[in-house]
Design a protein around this ligand. Structure first.
Ligand code: HEC
Length: 232
């Protein structure tokens, strides 16, 4: 009905421009998600996001308790923020950057140290390319729609990016394993997954360093849980 009125109005006024004003606004929940860079600024083609790709990768693989977190400072190295990470990086020069060189080492000095598994070839390549792109503090992110709420397409990739580096068989921080659906489901059911990512009182705020998950990713996880937390 609204659209028809719009159409009539437009034709009466003969202004096609007016038609565009009648197009329904895209669906976004009330409250504002405009602070979410994942919604606002998709990365230009090929550009790597420091905030959404590099920082969570480094934090979850390197800034665990006992390693390079702000408390432990192994070898004086802290890897929990752009400023601190840049102490180990020479922009444009992966081979001159300790951050990259240690990921590649073929001996016991490799990072993360055994028994932790090394980063995958793709993850190492990502760090290398980010350094080659000038090691900028890019904050662009993947497009993210809060309504999308599938485990495989949305929830798991977020947890993999931000959490599982500290919560898997080899790195059981806080004795919490989030390696797959059945493990993650236990933390859905006891309320700790949502409590920790939303920084509710009484739960340990997660991730413990780096950025809180964006509003949009938290909305996706919440919507997925509200829809029954299926393995979909
Ligand atoms: C740098 C390592 C690290 C990362 C990354 C990390 N965690 Fe944790 N997590 C810990 C440690 C250490 C603890 C236990 C210490 C504590 O409870 O404060 C913990 C505890 C937890 C707990 C139990 C909380 C509670 O209140 O009992 C949950 C649930 C959890 N993490 C989920 C997550 C999720 C979800 C993410 C990603 C958004 C994440 N973690 C990212 C290190 C990490």
């Amino acid at each position: 009905m609204k659209q028809i009125t719009c159409l009539i109005m437009s034709s009466i006024l003969g202004l096609s421009l007016l038609l565009t004003a009648c197009v329904t606004e895209p669906l976004l929940p009330a409250g504002s998600l405009t602070s979410d860079p994942g919604l606002e600024t998709p990365c230009p083609d090929g550009i790597i996001s420091f905030k959404y790709e590099i920082l969570p990768l480094i934090v979850s693989n390197c800034a665990s308790e006992g390693c390079h977190d702000a408390v432990s400072r192994e070898e004086g190295v802290v890897l929990d923020s752009y400023t601190n990470i840049m102490k180990e990086v020479k922009p444009g020069k992966p081979s001159g950057s300790k951050l990259y060189k240690y990921l590649l080492k073929g001996d016991d000095d490799v990072m993360p140290p055994p028994p932790l598994p090394p980063l995958s070839a793709e993850q190492i390549e990502l760090v290398k390319n980010w350094i080659l792109q000038g090691a900028q503090q890019t904050t662009c992110g993947d497009a993210c729609t809060p309504e999308a709420a599938s485990f495989a397409a949305n929830v798991y990739p977020t947890l993999q990016q931000f959490c599982i580096g500290c919560h898997n068989d080899n790195n059981l921080q806080g004795n919490v394993n989030l390696k797959d659906y059945s493990h993650i489901k236990q933390y859905v059911d006891n309320g700790k997954l949502l409590g920790s990512i939303t920084h509710q009182a009484g739960f340990s705020p997660m991730p413990p360093a780096g950025n809180k998950l964006s509003d949009c990713r938290i909305a996706q996880i919440t919507n997925w849980i509200n829809a029954g937390a299926q393995n979909d």
